[in-house]
Design a protein around this ligand. Structure first.
Ligand code: HEC
Length: 154
């Protein structure tokens, strides 16, 4: 490779990694977004619960159960876009357990969650409150299964 080509190539690499870092944000931002995303999941669980305990609206329950940040195509790509963010502070100290970089490990837990969430949407459509309550329990267990393995105690 000619010297000028090498300079151009290394410049391009430098630029693209800088652009990438800029587009995905600093580690602390990534942790913040991730924590916010999990909070949104909790909010959706609350929305389902309110429907079960109050006036039941099937569309609210279906929507609540289909709203998660676990990327179905890119595994945990949405929540752990780069590098290892198992240490550091977002809104607060991260509680990710283990190495978050190949968070592919954590992603192994998403399929269980999605299975229960899809089932939740199906059962929600029937309006059978007893079955809906039972499925809501299973959905909560799917959250817990991942927390037990990949989230540190508070
Ligand atoms: C595939 C794994 C996984 C699944 C499924 C999952 N969580 Fe989590 N959750 C985590 C991890 C890991 C953290 C820690 C994130 C951090 O601190 O950076 C977390 C954190 C949280 C937090 C705290 C966020 C904060 O600001 O500290 C809440 C609330 C939460 N999850 C709720 C839920 C609910 C509700 C569900 C199910 C509807 C759920 N999660 C499903 C892995 C998961």
């Amino acid at each position: 490779m000619k010297f000028t080509n090498m300079v151009v190539a290394s410049l391009a690499i430098g630029l693209s990694s800088a652009a990438l870092a800029q587009s995905i944000g600093k580690a602390e931002d990534q942790i913040r977004w991730r924590q916010s995303a999990y909070h949104t999941m909790a909010w959706n669980m609350g929305r389902i619960k309110a429907n079960i305990e109050g006036t039941y609206n099937k569309d609210q329950v279906i929507r609540g159960s289909q709203c998660d940040p676990g990327d179905r195509q890119f595994e945990d790509g949405c929540l752990y876009p780069t590098g290892n963010t198992n240490k550091g502070k977002g809104w607060k100290e991260t509680r990710v357990k283990g190495n978050s970089s190949p968070t592919r490990k954590a992603s192994a837990r998403w399929p269980r969650y999605w299975k229960e969430a899809n089932e939740m949407a199906k059962v929600a459509a029937t309006g059978d409150l007893a079955a809906i309550k039972a499925q809501f329990g299973k959905l909560g267990e799917a959250c817990k299964a991942c927390h037990d393995k990949f989230r540190k105690e508070d």
